[in-house]
Ligand binder design. Structure first.
Ligand code: C5P
Length: 311
């Protein structure tokens, strides 16, 4: 199975909430860069979840997600995962969250128990703020912690480049550096500006499109902590990206190009950093990908995928 990465086409951080999380406004977008996950399930009297991964993962969301699914479905057995990481970790591309959502979408199908979308959304929110988005994919507005989602029509995005420097930005530290309080004086300006971004998305997010505004509020504090990221954004703009922006709290950046030739030319100038040529994956493409990869085990094209073994 493939588990796609995401970009935050726009990301605003409003106030800090009494629960310690921050209130967000964001636009998520799934992209073609993806991890590869395989799963085997053997029914048994005891539940055991094991995982092998191409890299060491301290807090593996895949095994946590599998535990939650087996508990919710009241099924016992051994679930074994093999994870080939292609999405750079801790880079704001949502790799761990996407892997977890992949387990929520696929494991119920494989064990023959359909879980309703509301249950999957609840489990997803427990696993992390970005996980619920990966149950839907495509282009979507995220509010709250990012778990309150509103689908948007597919954003018209040109060919893109993702640059993921080998540099870890701690998300809690990035939030701390923003030093938002329980109230935020820039609220109405930020909300107006976010709204124009979302409306403008209709016209396409690239040079010549009506929507080349947008922002990521983490850029100011994260660029201050890591000036190399600011320089990389400058480089993306110089080689023709419009816009170029940090995704999540970084450290990855993305650039949108007018055509493939420009993007491929730009890719050649990023030989010192891991860089990936990617395209947007719409919600329809995301669903089709899942139906295709689970086709031996599902009945019909319904969302979320439904097991053909369901009793
Ligand atoms: O939910 P997730 O595990 O992705 O969040 C990681 C950390 O980022 C949280 O523990 C919190 O410190 C911070 N965070 C936040 N506001 C959000 C999302 C995350 O303060 N909306």
């Amino acid at each position: 199975m493939l588990a796609c990465a995401k970009l935050n086409l726009d990301l605003r951080v409003l106030h800090k909430r009494p629960d310690g999380y921050h209130e967000l406004r964001t636009v998520f977008q799934t992209i073609s860069l993806a991890d590869r996950l395989t799963v085997e399930f053997t029914p048994g009297r005891r539940t055991l979840v094991t995982a092998e991964s191409s890299v060491d993962i301290p807090d593996n969301l895949v095994t946590r997600a599998a535990g939650l699914v087996l508990d919710a479905a009241k099924v016992r057995g051994h679930a074994h995962f093999q994870l080939e990481k292609r999405i750079p970790m801790g880079s704001g591309l949502g790799g761990g969250s996407s892997d977890a959502a992949a387990v929520l979408l696929a494991l119920p199908v494989l064990i023959g128990r359909s879980l309703p979308m509301e249950t999957l959304q609840e489990l997803a929110a427990k696993l992390g703020s970005d996980v619920p988005f990966f149950l839907e994919g495509g282009t979507a507005v995220g509010l709250g912690r990012g778990e309150e989602l509103y689908p948007l029509p597919p954003a018209r995005l040109g060919p893109m480049l993702v640059v993921a420097p080998r540099l870890h930005v701690s998300t809690p530290e990035a939030y701390k550096a923003l030093s938002r309080g329980l109230t935020f004086s820039g609220l109405s300006h930020t909300i107006d500006s976010f709204r124009s971004f979302v409306w403008g998305l209709d016209g396409g997010l690239s040079k010549g499109g009506t929507c080349d505004g947008g922002a990521n509020d983490f850029e100011a504090p994260v660029f201050k902590l890591h000036p190399r990221l600011k320089a990389l954004k400058g480089k993306l703009l110089k080689v023709g990206a419009q816009p170029a922006r940090l995704t999540g709290s970084g450290s990855a950046l993305f650039g949108v190009f007018g055509c493939k030739a420009d993007r491929d030319e730009a890719l050649r100038s990023f030989q010192d950093e891991p860089a990936f040529a990617v395209s947007a994956i719409s919600r329809q493409q995301y669903r089709s990908l899942w139906w295709r990869q689970l086709r031996a085990h599902i009945s019909g094209r319904v969302w979320p995928p439904q097991s053909r073994y369901d009793r």
